[in-house]
Design a protein around this ligand. Structure first.
Ligand SMILES: [Zn+2]
Length: 241
């Protein structure tokens, strides 16, 4: 077992948090036909981190910007279709699955609210961070300055070559600052966009942590959709205790 803890969130004793690696196996049902193996991986992870697997909420992630407020009626077997989850309920682990996309963990330390977010290119381009922080503000009366954000391993710029159509789209959205050119090829830096969006929403610089690891540069440790033929998913996990 190898769970990577967020150094930023480690200071909060009321949180169970971390990012998994290949050691924990694939935890996504849609990429592996062996459903029982995936369930076993979930059970092993739950035992390791000491939460009840039946209370875990994951998502059918669809690269949109919808957020779902989670309460006691949601269950492991009925994951909502969305790309962000938020709750102020204790003992409900929230999970975001990735393999190149960015897993974001949010924590309002004053109001005791947590959120997990899946941000790939679409999530970054269409600002799922704004949607998430609007929910913190409107549904939980959060002060943005109280919110901490940890972003787990995701694909780095060098590993993320994109086509000219993506470059054109980024220009239309005023996001071309996140694209660099090398030998007539385009490379996209998703973290650059996420960082700017977090600051624009009022998150304090000191409350933001980016993992220094690229999953695609480290396929011995993490799954990567771009680098591997059949990639599983690793995850970010957050729970209020
Ligand atoms: Zn890389």
């Amino acid at each position: 077992m190898q769970i990577i803890q967020s150094n930023l969130l480690k200071q909060f004793s009321k949180l169970l948090q971390g990012f998994t690696t290949k050691n924990n196996g694939n935890i996504a049902f849609h990429v592996n036909n062996d459903k029982y193996k995936v369930i076993l991986n979930h059970k092993t992870l739950a035992k390791e981190l000491k939460y009840d697997v039946d209370t875990l909420i994951h998502m059918k992630q669809v690269h949109l910007t919808k957020i779902k407020i989670i309460d006691k009626n949601d269950t492991f077997l009925t994951p909502p279709t969305c790309d962000a989850l938020i709750t102020d309920k204790k003992n409900i682990p929230l999970m975001v699955m990735v393999a190149d996309c960015s897993p974001l963990l949010f924590y309002d330390a004053k109001k005791e609210v947590i959120a997990v977010v899946h941000a790939g290119r679409a999530g970054a381009f269409f600002n799922i961070i704004k949607v998430t922080l609007n929910s913190f503000r409107e549904d939980f009366d959060s002060n943005i300055k109280d919110i901490y954000v940890s972003i787990g391993p995701n694909i780095c710029e060098c590993c993320y070559e994109v086509g000219s159509e993506i470059y054109e789209q980024s220009k239309k959205l005023y996001l071309d600052y996140a694209i660099s050119t090398k030998n007539n090829s385009y490379f996209l830096n998703i973290s650059k966009i996420l960082h700017k969006q977090l600051l624009e929403e009022g998150i304090l610089e000191d409350n933001i942590e980016f993992s220094e690891e690229c999953n695609a540069c480290n396929t011995d440790k993490y799954f990567s959709y771009r680098m591997e033929k059949e990639a599983g998913r690793f995850c970010g996990l957050l729970m209020l205790t």
